[in-house]
Design a protein around this ligand. Sequence first.
Ligand code: KG4
Ligand code: ZN
Length: 413
Amino acid sequence: MRILGIETSCDETAVCLIEADGAFEADLPRRSESKAGFRYKVLGNGLLSQAALHAQYGGVFPNLAKREHAKNLVPLLYKALEEAGILLPNTMPAAGAALVPLKQMLEREPELFALIVPFLLKFQKPDIDAIAVTAGPGLEPALWVGINFAKALSAVWDIPLVAVNHMEGHIVLSLMDTRGTDIHSNILQNIRMSGRLAKFEFPLLALLISGGHTELVLSKQFGVYKLIGETRDDAAGEAFDKVARLMDLGYPGGPLISALAAEAREENIKGDFSFTRPMLHDGSFDFSFSGLKTAVRNVVTKREMTGELKKQVAREFEECIADVLVAKTLRAVEEHDVRAVVMGGGVSANTYIRERLAEALEKADASAEHLVPPPELATDNALMIALAGYFHALKEDFVAAENLNARGNLKLS
Ligand code: KG4
Ligand code: ZN
């Protein structure tokens, strides 16, 4: 089955075409050795990050994101389909008639309309079985662009639609065994990869840490999720971004702080201050990171902002976040007899947090597998949407265009 994934929930515009075969569920818990098991191949991929554009605002500016998605989707689709070798010139002279409904469908997306019409006139319907698009959670104006794009392609090409929960995409991506594949990651990256399911058993626990979310999600079978903990205020990634802003480091803050913290550890630099680990012993699986920002502000406003101080703050901050994430995850592993811990979302690219969790899981009595995405694929991309889309398409879990809406607060269930 060929699935086209489309992602526009935040500040990455991404399109990915995969070819996937095999059952997702039957493969487990027997592990992924069997020939009948799930496997996939990336046929074509396009991704543009807007991070540099949003940097001037210190965070994602929704209307700018929307405009950029509208500008980027058609060129990225072109790239993905061309890479896949399935873009053929249109020889049907009457093709224009099929585009008439688009005028109304894309009434609110004039930039997208102007780009999609010539594209659809020029090329034939490609050989694709389903179009999967992120329906939420995310920034609604941004989500709508991707959704309207998917609806337009679905209507003109007569291809069914799948609505994907972005967080499920992060989970499903982390379940893939990507060992031995070569991942080139750059802006406008080419992901040339294939894979199958990693070895794991249920129940699994997902630690989802991104710019918008910090969640602990328990899953006892494919596609069924229970939220057992979440942040009560700022998300982990948001805390990284805000602290980076306090120190004038730039956006996104995660990789910048992480690099400074690594230098501090290497050079043995440690501050004479410490931040309270928020909600560490409160007994819940919830998180709270907004107080940390205040703690950081207290330190940086009272002292001269030297390079040394930046390193000290970055280190203490990163260790504080790691302590809380690791402790809560470990407690959830023990309490729910978890067999596999999956990390997903942009913050899961963080090497230090990954290593801390891996160490803790190794030391723990309960032996749980640790599944992490390749760092290049920890942040948003469309491969994760195509993979989760395949899982739903297999179950014929399609959605009618009139029922497909952007849902900024969509929850996993
Ligand atoms: O999943 P993602 O790409 O987008 C959302 O759905 O939010 O996550 C983006 C977030 C940003 O807050 C960014 O600062 C953070 O992930 N991030 C990191 C790292 N790389 C990205 N945080 C900590 N360490 C990193 N290496
Ligand atoms: Zn994300």
